[in-house]
Ligand binder design. Sequence first.
Ligand code: BGC
Length: 247
Amino acid sequence: MTDEVLGIDVGGSSVKAGLVDLKAGRLTGELISAPTPRPSTPVAVTGVLAGLAARLPAGAGRVGVAFPSVIKDGTAYSAANIDAAWLGTNGAALASRALARPVLFLNDADAAGLAEMRFGSGRGCTGTVVMLTFGTGIGTALFTGGKLFPNSELGHLELHGMDAEKWASAQVRSAQGLDFPAWSARVNDYLLAMHKLLWPDVFILGGAVSERFAEFAPLLRSPAELRPAYFAGQAGVVGAALAAAEA
Ligand code: BGC
């Protein structure tokens, strides 16, 4: 395993990148970002990936890219919050050509969960852990015995007749101007629905909103233990680099 690897996280509003020290489990320098292009087509997003990579030291080995879609062998199979042209596109191959380096693609929530399990709030947890990322959508990553069950996509669980992420994501909170009591009530519905299906020991709550965990944690109710993500909005970048180094 190499020591410093470039991680990139493609989100609904911004693309973030940083060089990750794999031994320490943290960024070695600054986290840089660029707006997610609109439309977020494969060509446009790949251009942003190349632009960000050019601004940072190369790092070693593969580049890891956390992407908001089901990813199997580098190919995207869903496109809830990204341009539909991604469906069936091999993002890893496209980005490898644009960056002239090998690239690993994986689901963004899976990447965030890997970072939390290895170096963050899930460290040492051997039971069932559900990582939730609240952003443009809701991302989920499932772990038991420390092993990832990839591409779980439970942000699309039906809640109140719609996709759960259309009810309780961080974007819905800002778009509908929900205060923390109103949003937390929605998150509680979601946590309960997830609990009935999965019976986790721990939920890790991530995404940039988790930086404000102290403000809404007293409003949350769950039979499982709730922990804020240690890496908050940086988890995808760190986890993408980890996954790339271990692929
Ligand atoms: C996507 C997932 C992604 C999540 C968070 C959902 O809309 O379907 O693949 O992990 O958003 O970005």
